[in-house]
Every structure is written in C-alpha cells, then in structure tokens.
Design a protein around this ligand. Structure first.
Ligand code: DCP
Ligand code: MG
Length: 360
C-alpha cells in the first residue's frame, strides 16, 4: 500500500560554493572577488566558482579557458583537497552535536535524520538553523539547508534558495512544491531519462503524476516505481548513517616470538609504515598513539601517549612508538604480537580546545 510517512525530520546540508568559500575565508584578499578553484592553464577545468564569478556564467566542470573568456578578471586558485577534507571533518563534528544519523554524500553535502536530536529541538527547521549558525560562527562558512520529511524533498529544499538558503517543505505543501519542479530536477533523472520523459510529453510533475504506474514501469523499469512515488511526495529511503571512525590501527602476530630489541624495532618500523597507509586510506588523523605488546604467555600490555599535533608521518609515529616501547618490559622469552593504533580524532580535539578556526 502506498502510504506517505510524514513523521520523519530530514535535513539536507549543502555548503555554498564550497572550495571557493574556503579559499575566500582563508585569504581575505579574495573575498568579494570572482574566483575559480582549479588549474588555470592548459586543459584545466573549474572545480567550482565563487558566487561573484557565477554572475558571469562561470560554472563547475567548465574549461578554464572558457571561464576566463566569460569573466576576464577571474582569479584562479589551486585546489587544496586535504584542506577541504579537514574542513569537511569540522562540519561533520558540528552535525554530530545534533545527531549521529548522518549520511555523507560528498565533502560538502550530507543528509541528517533529526527526528530525535541531541538538542531536543521539536522542529527540523530549528536544527537546520542551529547548524547553519554554528558553521558560520565557528568555521566562517555558509551552508544552505533544506528540511522536510524525506530525503527527496529535503534535497530539493536545500537547492531552492541557495546561497545561504533555509527552506522547509511541509507535508501539506509538498505536492504544490513538487508541481513547480521540472522533471530534470527529480532525483536520478539524468539527461537520458529526461529526454525519454519529454518524448512522452512529460515536462513537469503534474504530467508525471497523471501517468499510470504500469506505463512508468514499462518505460523506466524499477525507476518508474521510484518516480511514481517521488511525484506523490513519497521517498522511503532511510538516512544511512556512516559510523564515525574513532581509531585506526594495525597489528602483527609473529610466527615465532620476537626477542631481540633490533628485531622488535624493525617490526615497529614496518608497522608504522602500514599504519600510515591505513591512516591515509581512512582519511583519519588522531592525536593519541597506542602501542600494544602481547607476550609469549598472552599477557597483553598497552601504552599510550597523546601528542599536541596529530600523527601524520612515519618518523613521528616511529619516534613515539619507540618511546612507548621503552616503557614496556620485554620478557626474555619474547613477544608474540605488536600493534600500533592512532585514536582521539584530530577534529574532536580541536573542537574541544579551539573556539574558532579563523579570524574575521
Ligand atoms: N566539485 C568539483 N567538480 C565538479 C563539481 C563539484 O570538483 N564538477 C567540487 C567543488 C565544489 C564541491 O565539489 O566546491 C561541492 O560541489 P557542489 O556541487 O555542492 O558545488 P559548490 O558547493 O561549489 O556550490 P553550490 O553553492 O552550488 O553548492
Ligand atoms: Mg555545495
């Protein structure tokens, strides 16, 4: 049976001109100027443009040469991916003050289920407003937010009044809202599907709603069923939370127990290298390093230390791992396992100790 569940509160957050806004925040001389993030030369393309540059028609994925034609004063800035990732982690730390049910879509975009939220706010729009406020005051960035009872509508809502948008689609206004949308704005409708819909004479939602389910299925398969539901304001997909990573580690059990200090340090070195690879892969950084040592008789000891700066390079990890090792008595009959773990995610520490990341 087709039931419209309006009991959930879903927020969609999308940062405005994300990479460009981060650059303008960090370099005040770029504020208020038309900028593009990306390679200026050769076959470079624009990753994103500031709203000042968008006025000239500069857009994401546009060849840089074309962007320069449209906007002669355009300033190109090289992208800094690892920096944007770090900013994204700070944004997520703010989200987690309100809910743990966070589904990241990209670095600058996420769905949040705030039906039950940690702030105890009754209205989804109040949660969205609070998140926008925290992002602005603490990170110096602007987000657009959409609020509704499902993901489909929350995403449409966040796009509605960009930049700095805050839009709620109430259940009783949902169909009216959907009716204003061209079918191209429906989730999952790319150029090919849009062309097929147009061939069938469907340009807007009312025409789509008039189409029988059997017809939609015949033309679009299972996506026909999705379209049938979307146009009626129904989207049952849950916000799928990705658990926040608290630590990254690796360990090795030896085929024969290790005894000599030289041997142990050599293993520690390879563990530090492996740990670094895993930290990179998981895009994780943390300030606590833990060494685990299991003796021949299975007694296990751990030693930890917390550094002021996150563990990011092999030398730093190895130096501290050796210091930790010095604090563990190695039994003469040897050890059977060594492990190294980094924990205390850098972002949460930063939020606890630093009130602000920027100056205005
Ligand atoms: N991005 C990219 N290449 C693209 C599209 C986007 O590298 N073709 C990057 C740069 C953006 C970021 O992803 O800053 C987020 O993408 P969005 O589509 O959300 O675009 P913006 O945040 O830049 O702008 P908007 O205000 O429209 O959300
Ligand atoms: Mg964005």
């Amino acid at each position: 049976m087709l039931v419209r569940d309006v009991s959930r509160k879903v927020v969609h957050i999308d940062m405005d001109a994300f990479y460009a806004s981060v650059e303008q925040r960090d370099r005040p001389e770029l504020r208020g100027r038309p900028i593009a993030v990306g390679h200026a030369e050769g076959r470079g393309v624009v990753a994103t443009a500031s709203y000042e540059a968008r006025r000239f028609g500069v857009r994401s994925a546009m060849p840089s040469a074309r962007a320069r034609e449209l906007c002669p004063g355009l300033i190109f800035v090289e992208g800094r991916m690892s920096h944007y990732k770090a900013v994204s982690r700070s944004i997520h730390a703010i989200f987690r003050r309100y809910t743990d049910i966070i589904e990241p879509i990209s670095l600058d975009e996420a769905f949040l289920d705030v039906t039950v939220n940690k702030a105890g706010l009754a209205l989804g729009v109040d949660v969205a407003r609070a998140i926008k406020h925290d992002i602005r005051t603490e990170l110096g960035l602007v987000a657009s937010a959409g609020v509704s009872y499902n993901k489909f509508l929350a995403k449409i809502a966040s796009d509605w009044r960009k930049p700095d948008g805050l839009c709620t689609i109430h259940p009783d206004r949902a169909l009216e809202f959907i009716d204003r949308l061209p079918v191209e704005l429906f989730w999952g409708v790319g150029p090919a599907t849009a062309a097929r819909l147009h061939e069938l004479g469907i340009y807007r939602a009312p025409e789509l709603r008039a189409m029988p389910l059997s017809e939609l299925r015949r033309h679009f398969g299972t996506f026909g069923w999705t379209l049938y539901q979307f146009v009626r304001g129904i989207d049952r997909r849950p916000v799928r939370a990705v658990r926040e990573r608290k630590s990254v580690g690796c360990e090795e059990t030896f085929s024969r127990d290790l005894r000599g200090a030289g041997e142990i340090v050599a293993v520690l070195r390879s563990l530090a290298d492996e740990l670094l690879v895993r930290l990179d892969k998981a895009d994780f950084s943390g300030c606590t390093l833990t060494l685990k040592v299991r003796s021949f008789d299975f007694t296990t000891r751990t030693r930890s230390m917390t550094s002021e700066r996150p563990y990011r390079d092999a030398v730093q990890i190895l130096n501290d791992a050796e210091k930790l090792l010095a604090g563990v008595a190695i039994p003469s009959r040897g050890i059977r396992l060594l492990g190294l773990t980094v924990s205390s995610p850098a972002e949460s520490l930063r939020h606890a100790s630093e009130p602000s990341l920027f100056e205005d």
